[in-house]
Design a protein around this ligand. Structure first.
Ligand code: ATP
Ligand code: MG
Length: 561
């Protein structure tokens, strides 16, 4: 989908809400919720849902609850509860004390189940999981009714009570809704409402319960108890909407939120499924949930993405009902534009080549002024030390220019050092293998901030002073998968993991001014890209920088040739 096709922020959901307000529905109130299951870290797809739900609440002067959908205790963990809260906050949203857990409602959910039983709308079923599946039928064939379907209310109440009291083993019985085994919608064929789970300690309720409600039963009731007006979810729940409505229509709850579905975000060259991201982490394909290659919020943050850029991305992709896969370039452009505007410029040499400036006095380093941003004067200037020995990038020198486009340094040629002087290369020193180890140059002291008369010097390269530079480790990232849609290539998606998604460069040199950079701080390394100081890593006293994103292609074409 191209960015132009989107209708955000005037998306179809906002149109529905506008209409509801006009007709006085919900007394003009707007209440949404973001309902993650705490079984993994949030990913960029969740960011779309967060921006939508919290964004609507903000714009309509409404509320947005953060609710943990914690009905699967065996997969969930407190670590995820904490990480999710941290990520939502970091994205810039505030639930303002409206933090809930579906498990807060276990008692009410139970009591509504009793109400359904009393009204003949639910029954305890003794069929095993396989039998339930077999009885369910298919898209073409209706299901068959369970032999337990016509139990008396008394028997059902008794059995449900005994389920709750722990008398039966896992899987021995379930509570099912009594709807319609012939419904064309399989979700309506007497779906399971409660199952038995012994031996798990729920992160919120401990060992209090051994029966747990199913998502499709829990979700509508949680929404209604919280007074949600618009329950926004992804398209795969469209077929579940009749059940959402059935649950609320068949219990004595006064509130009936409206479920509205929108399409999930899919992003090229990565995956946005918590189950698969969990596999990548557990099987060691990546270095944890916050690995900078992961499409998780934690990974993107560590990679150097700003929350502003992610919100901007969510605005640009918009909210529609059509399935789509967004190009990675859209996300990359958002962070590039943000950092282009806000990241101070610095110099760093990734592949160092030593240059000795022979006519520069020994032991007399000077401090040169450099602007922190080419357009934004308010970002100020800094001092950069210059000396007799500097590092330049290996890629900026060739003995002989391969073509006329090559504007960098060549043997016998001149080039401008960014923020400093023009130098000329007089001699190339090689080791026994013929590899270049050092350049001998001279500088022209009259060229600081101005071009010498009559000499055309087109190339500008970056550098750092040998005696002042700080050694750093720099990590370059590429896409995690080498196919745009690794999940739909007909094979195991793991076969398409890009083996070269991480390049670690040691012995890089960065400008002295970054000595006191803070973890997470972002810079543009001139001509190299946007980088941030890793949140967690100082590798053997060397700072570690992550490349967030490369520079715009047009920039490198124009400037580095
Ligand atoms: P996953 O498939 O990655 O496990 P999920 O839907 O099971 O995702 P939840 O924690 O249940 O994960 O999701 C919380 C909310 O985020 C839900 O409302 C869900 O619809 C929404 N959401 C999840 N993935 C996406 C996505 N890719 N794009 C948009 N919204 C999403
Ligand atoms: Mg889910």
């Amino acid at each position: 989908m191209s960015v132009e096709e989107t209708v955000s922020p005037n998306n179809f959901i906002r149109h529905i809400i506008d209409e509801d307000i006009k007709t006085g529905k919900n007394e003009g109130k707007v209440a949404t919720r973001f309902p993650p299951e705490p079984n993994g870290y949030l990913h960029i797809g969740h960011a779309k849902s967060i921006c939508l739900n919290f964004g609507i609440a903000k714009d309509y002067d409404g509320t947005c609850n953060l609710r943990f959908d914690d009905t699967n205790p065996h997969k969930e963990d407190e670590e995820f509860v904490d990480a999710i809260q941290k990520d939502v906050k970091w994205l810039g949203f505030d639930w303002g004390g409206r933090l809930y857990f579906a498990s807060d409602y276990f008692q009410q959910l139970h009591d509504y189940a009793v109400e359904l039983i009393k009204n003949g709308k639910a029954f305890v079923c003794d069929l095993g999981a396989d039998e339930v599946r077999e009885y369910r039928g298919t898209l073409k064939e209706p299901g068959r009714e369970s032999p337990c379907r016509n139990r008396t209310v008394e028997e059902n109440l008794d059995l449900f009570k005994r389920m709750k009291e722990g008398e039966f083993e896992d899987g021995a019985r379930v509570l099912r809704a009594r709807i319609d085994m012939a419904s064309p919608n399989i979700n309506m064929r007497d779906p399971t409402l409660y199952r038995i789970r012994h031996g798990v300690i729920h992160h919120q309720t401990g060992e209090k319960w051994c029966i747990y409600p199913m998502y499709d039963y829990t979700h509508p009731i949680s929404d209604a108890l919280e007074g949600v007006t618009h329950s926004l979810c992804t398209l795969e729940f469209e077929d579940h909407r009749p059940l959402y409505d059935w649950v609320l229509d068949n219990i004595s709850i006064p509130c009936h939120p409206r479920q509205i579905e929108f399409s999930r975000l899919n992003l090229q060259y990565t995956i946005v499924s918590k189950r698969k991201l969990t596999e990548l982490v557990k099987e060691g394909h990546v270095d944890g949930w916050d690995d900078p290659r992961m499409p998780t919020i934690a990974g993107l943050r560590r990679r150097g993405f700003t929350s502003r850029s992610i919100r901007d991305f969510c605005d640009r992709i918009g909210v529609t009902k059509s399935d789509n896969t967004v190009e990675m370039g859209v996300l990359e452009n958002c962070i590039r534009e943000d950092l282009n505007e806000h990241a101070p410029r610095r110099m760093a040499v990734l592949h160092p080549l030593k240059v000795v400036i022979e006519n520069y006095p020994e032991g007399h380093p000077e401090e040169l002024d450099a602007a922190n941003h080419p357009q934004d004067e308010s970002m100020g200037t800094r001092k950069i030390p210059f000396g007799r020995e500097i590092y330049i990038d290996r890629g900026d020198f060739l003995e002989v220019a391969p073509n006329k486009k090559f504007k960098r340094l060549v043997s016998g040629g001149e080039v401008r050092l960014r923020n400093a002087y023009v130098i000329r290369c007089n001699e190339v020193i090689k080791d026994n293998n013929g590899d270049i180890i050092e350049l001998r140059c001279t500088y022209d002291p009259d060229t600081l901030g101005k071009n010498p008369q009559g000499r055309k010097i087109k190339g500008v390269i970056h550098w750092v002073s040998v005696t002042h530079a700080i050694e750093a480790e720099i990590r370059l990232y590429d896409r995690l998968f080498n196919l745009p849609a690794p999940e739909s290539a007909g094979k195991d998606y793991k076969e398409f993991i890009n083996p070269d998604s991480l390049w670690t460069l040691t012995q890089c040199f960065i400008e002295l001014s970054m000595a006191d950079a803070k973890p997470g701080e972002q810079f543009q390394f001139e001509r190299e890209g946007y980088f941030c100081l890793d949140e967690a890593h100082v590798s053997g006293n060397r700072p570690v920088f992550n490349r967030t994103v490369t520079l715009r292609d047009t920039w490198s074409k124009k400037n580095s040739m």
